[in-house]
Design a protein around this ligand. Structure first.
Ligand code: MG
Length: 239
């Protein structure tokens, strides 16, 4: 898991470095795929559930599951959410972040900052003995107090031999409720936060999830382990 997650994090970094005005989302996807393959790993998202590419790349009002395309040219001011994973020796990493394409608006920057901060608030709760509701409420409390929306329809998840394992890890919940965290668990925590209303819909391509109101969305994700000492170890950190 450590190695799979390290490769995933380095791939995310490589993909993020490919985000610039004039690049296509296919260029960004290729940067991720080439790095993963160079590490004797394989892209965990490629062909999973029929997804056609190595990374999900979601621009502006797209929340998750955007399909990379050579026809989607990034422009100055876009925010670009990249979600990807690598499989190494049968284990999955899963990580995401939202990147700025050139200069972005103050509003877009604030949304990204808040989403990233909410992930770290959630990770503070990822210790043995806490419950899933502690994770979810950390995200929703932080983001909703700042006027943002928390997407309900998609969640974090267990991760291991499969990319998506039990349990589901919602970005909302009641403190002290839900499954208890135990040493040895590996989970993906991933707030998906909207500028305004959190309602979403799926485009006719069957994949891309967008905000219903057209507002911006941001997405950050780490895979973490609950250590034998009950602490949170972030696995998806780059070199
Ligand atoms: Mg995930």
């Amino acid at each position: 898991m450590r190695k799979a997650c390290r490769i995933s994090a380095n791939a995310l970094k490589a993909a993020g470095e490919a985000v610039r005005p004039g690049a296509t989302t296919a260029d960004v996807d290729r940067a991720a795929r080439e790095y993963i393959l160079s590490q004797d790993a394989r892209p965990g998202f490629l062909h999973l559930y029929g997804f056609p590419k190595s990374a999900c790349i979601s621009v502006n009002e797209e929340v998750i599951h955007g399909i990379p395309s050579k026809n989607r040219v990034l422009r100055e001011g876009d925010i670009v959410s990249i979600d990807l994973g690598a499989v190494y020796r049968g284990f999955n990493g899963d990580t995401a972040a939202t990147f700025a394409c050139g200069e972005i608006s103050e509003a877009a920057r604030a949304l990204c900052d808040t989403t990233r901060e909410s992930l770290y608030k959630a990770l503070e709760q990822c210790v043995a003995g806490n419950r899933l509701g502690d994770i979810g409420s950390a995200v929703s409390t932080y983001c909703e107090a700042r006027g943002y929306g928390v997407v309900r329809e998609y969640t974090g998840h267990g991760v291991g031999a499969q990319l998506h394992e039990d349990p589901s890890i919602p970005n909302y919940g009641k403190p002290g409720r839900g499954l208890r965290l135990l040493p040895g668990m590996t989970i993906a925590v991933e707030p998906m936060i909207t500028q305004k209303d959190p309602a979403v819909k799926t485009l006719s391509n069957g994949w891309t999830v967008v905000t219903l109101d057209g507002g911006l969305a941001a997405h950050y994700e780490h895979t973490v382990a609950i250590t034998p000492h009950g602490e949170c170890e972030i696995l998806t950190l780059p070199d």
